[in-house]
Write a protein that binds this ligand. Sequence first.
Ligand SMILES: Cc1ncc(COP(=O)(O)O)c(C=O)c1O
Ligand SMILES: [Zn+2]
Length: 407
Amino acid sequence: MSYATALRCRKCGREYPLEPRNLCNFCFSPLEVSYDYKSMAKAVSRQKIAAGPPDMWRYHDMLPVGDEVVNIGAGFTPLIKADRLGRELGLDELYIKNDCLNPTYSFKDRVVSVAITRARELGFDTVACASTGNLAASVAAHAAKADMKAYVFVPADVGAGKLTGIAIYNPVLVTVNGSYDDVNRLCGKLVEKYSWGFINVNLRPYYAEGSKTLGFEVAEQLGWHAPDCVVAPAASGLLFTRIWKGLDELSMLGLIKEVNTHMYVTQAAGSSPIVSAFEAGSLHVNPVKPNTVAKSIAIGNPADGYYALRVARQSGGGAGAVSDDELIEGMKLLAQTEGIFSEAAGGVVIAGLRKLVSSGAIKKNQLTVAFITGAGPRTQEIVSDIVQPLAIQPTLESFEEVVGENV
Ligand SMILES: Cc1ncc(COP(=O)(O)O)c(C=O)c1O
Ligand SMILES: [Zn+2]
């Protein structure tokens, strides 16, 4: 049973049935799922959620699909109090939402679990996606579980570790000689021709809803409170907007008090069209050609950039970009203070947070949640300079000769 009622245009408000469709026929703006919040409010309670499964489906009543879900165990990841990192950055109450700990090692499992469930409900036997790497792995894994066919399209330069992490689930893996934006354009053409459920194209409104669970979880894990500040990465900008929507819905449903969270968006400087627009005081995003080691968030023409900017602005938040060197330092700092090996997107968040604290945007006493959305091991080449072992012979003498002075 789902409380979703329609797909609604975010600009002109026109409504469409809950079908595979992501853009309004009239104004070409994105569609989003609308709900019967009145009935939903009657069905949900803190107690019911707390008694639910230890995964994202504890929030089933607030998601746009029926009972039979495709579930590989995404969500309800730890919210860690990061005291060491907090001291380092100058924050009294810093938390890390560790979404590295999803089944395919990124937050994408949340969005895919919802979208592929909807794909199956709509009668698709094949799913597909345009991906910077993480989404492809998640789509392939969920398709395996659902016994569906998957076609996944990634830029050819995503990196060997990423390709293995996709291929292991046996999808049709297509590498495209071009950028993510080229891959996305190609998928925009394929969706017209093939009757597949494209997880982040014609199923995008359902996919988007999965990220709300990050907002739900953080509030529940904080004892049903919204944080003072959120720092999250953006590629298309969708995740960032949905963390906010998750918090907002909880408040609307009466599960938390009014939300006063300041939303801060971070990007790698080599692919930061959203941050540039924010700094220019504009809601209009000028596309860029990405050039950064943070490949998973390297989107030059972000589909939800406008909406991400609105959330940053209306929440009294902000935006920050960091260089590749800074993001690599951010990855190392997170690992060496909190024991969490994130991918580059996590380094962007930590380095961005450091800047936001030193500029005074985020204050020492503000309860801040940093969203770490993907795990490091698949992109370890970025930090391979860290490997400098002390090589010895298997003898005490050799140990004392080489390591001795470091003991
Ligand atoms: C690890 C990671 N974090 C964040 C994002 C950003 O997601 P969005 O496109 O919703 O902004 C991505 C997108 O691929 C990602 O892979
Ligand atoms: Zn419209």
